[in-house]
Structure formats: structure tokens, C-alpha cells
Design a protein around this ligand. Structure first.
Ligand SMILES: N[C@@H](CCC(=O)N[C@@H](CS)C(=O)NCC(=O)O)C(=O)O
Length: 225
């Protein structure tokens, strides 16, 4: 098999790449990395010394691709759909929009959500309540921004599911766990519901569900009803 993916089923940036692989129907060898296991950590460091996943290896092309957005760009370029469907549209005016919304979901939803989650893993006494409060305020501001400014429906760029939706799905799924969307965010809730019903993301979440008890905060994530 040409493609190998190093990832963890619970990790939100890994969901991004897993959605894109699933959307393409691409088979790959899965390597689940438990960074708490010193042997697994050392083995992964040989692949990607920065120890961040997802990482895709394409043996046939001799390529090691890290960073979820780059993985999706790579799949578009070298493992594209036979029908020409792309995660980043060929039209330059749609392409910059796809990349912009991908950055917005990564930087302003994923990162504050991760700050809240990872703070809970820190030892007592090493927590960062001020940083978490900032992250919660940033997330609230992004919810307001997205509610007013979600560009299109059903997906971020309109009719075609793509890069920005791959980024939005895990970011909003976990953000809604740590800071639930409320009555002021009906459009965002409807978008998240569509993302959760997308078959690719439903499969990624089903594979993540056995790991939900490892989530360091309560409430734990749950599969959508
Ligand atoms: N910008 C990177 C972020 C990757 C990232 O932060 N991955 C997390 C999992 S969601 C990770 O590797 N965490 C392990 C760690 O930080 O020790 C991307 O888009 O892939």
C-alpha cells in the first residue's frame, strides 16, 4: 500500500486529514501513535521529528507530508478524485476562499479549543487559567463572527464540500464540547449538524468514539444522536 498515515483517532487535526482520505475513498495503512508510549514516540520521531500529527507518507512518490492542510493539498494534487472533485477548487477565486476559511477554522476555533483541552492535561499548579479565559473569550468572539459571517451553505464555499469543511468539522465538534454553541448561534449549529451528518465525518467520529473516555475534560465528546 502506497499511503501510510500516522495519527491518533481522537486528535482533531488528524480528523481533518482522515475526512479528506475518506472523501477520496483512499486506502492507507493506519499507524496510531500513542505519544505517551516512549517506543511509539521514538518511532514517530524518526518519521517526523516535530512529533505532530497527522503525517502522511506516500511511498510511491517518496513524499512525507505533515500539516493537515498540506496533506489535503497533497491528496488533491496526487490522489485526486477521478471525477475531478477537489478539496481546493481550481478556480483561483474559490481557492483563496477555501484557504482563508481553513485558516480561520484552524487558528480561531481549533487553537483556542485545544488550549482549553490541553490545559486540563497539565499538572496541578502548572495550569494557565488566564490563558484559558483568553481562549474562551476568543472562541466566543469567533462564534459571533461565524454566526454573522458564515459564507455559504450547505458547505463553507457553497455546494462543494472541501478543505474548509474538513477543518471546520473537528474544530466545531470539539469546540461545541468545551464551549457549547448556544441559542445565539443557530446558523453555526445547523452547519455543525450538517458536518456531523456528512458520511466521511460520521465514519471518522465512529472510529474516534472508543477513545472519547480519554478526553481530559467533562463532559466527554459523544457521538451525535
Ligand atoms: N498545524 C498542525 C497541527 C498538528 C497538531 O497540533 N496535532 C496535534 C494533534 S491534534 C498533535 O500532534 N499533538 C501532539 C502534541 O502536541 O504532543 C496541523 O494542521 O496538522
Amino acid at each position: 500500500m502506497s499511503l501510510t498515515l500516522w495519527f491518533h483517532p481522537l486528535a482533531s487535526f488528524c480528523h481533518k486529514a482522515l475526512i479528506a482520505l475518506d472523501e477520496r475513498g483512499l486506502a492507507f495503512e493506519p499507524v496510531v501513535v500513542d505519544l505517551a508510549d516512549p517506543a511509539a514516540r521514538a518511532a514517530f520521531a524518526e518519521v517526523w521529528p516535530l512529533l505532530k500529527f497527522p503525517v502522511l507518507r506516500d511511498a510511491a512518490r517518496g513524499a512525507t507530508v505533515a500539516e493537515s492542510t498540506a496533506v489535503i493539498e497533497y491528496l488533491d494534487a496526487f490522489h485526486g478524485a477521478s471525477d475531478g472533485g477537489r478539496m481546493i477548487p481550481a478556480d483561483p477565486d474559490l481557492a483563496w476562499r477555501a484557504r482563508m476559511w481553513d485558516r480561520i477554522f484552524d487558528q480561531y476555533v481549533e487553537l483556542p479549543m485545544q488550549k482549553i483541552v490541553t490545559d486540563a492535561i497539565r499538572p496541578e499548579g502548572a495550569r494557565d487559567p488566564h490563558g484559558v479565559a483568553e481562549a474562551r473569550a476568543a472562541l466566543a468572539a469567533t462564534y459571533r463572527f461565524l454566526e454573522a459571517g458564515l459564507p455559504a451553505a450547505p458547505w463553507a464555499l457553497g455546494e462543494d464540500f472541501g478543505l474548509a469543511d474538513c477543518a471546520a468539522a473537528p474544530a466545531l465538534f470539539y469546540a461545541d464540547v468545551v464551549q457549547p454553541l448556544g441559542p445565539a448561534e443557530p446558523r453555526l449549529r445547523a452547519y455543525l449538524d450538517r458536518l456531523l451528518r456528512r458520511p466521511s465525518y460520521a465514519r471518522v467520529l465512529a472510529a474516534a468514539a472508543p477513545y472519547f473516555p480519554m478526553f481530559p475534560l467533562d463532559p466527554k465528546p459523544r457521538l451525535p444522536a
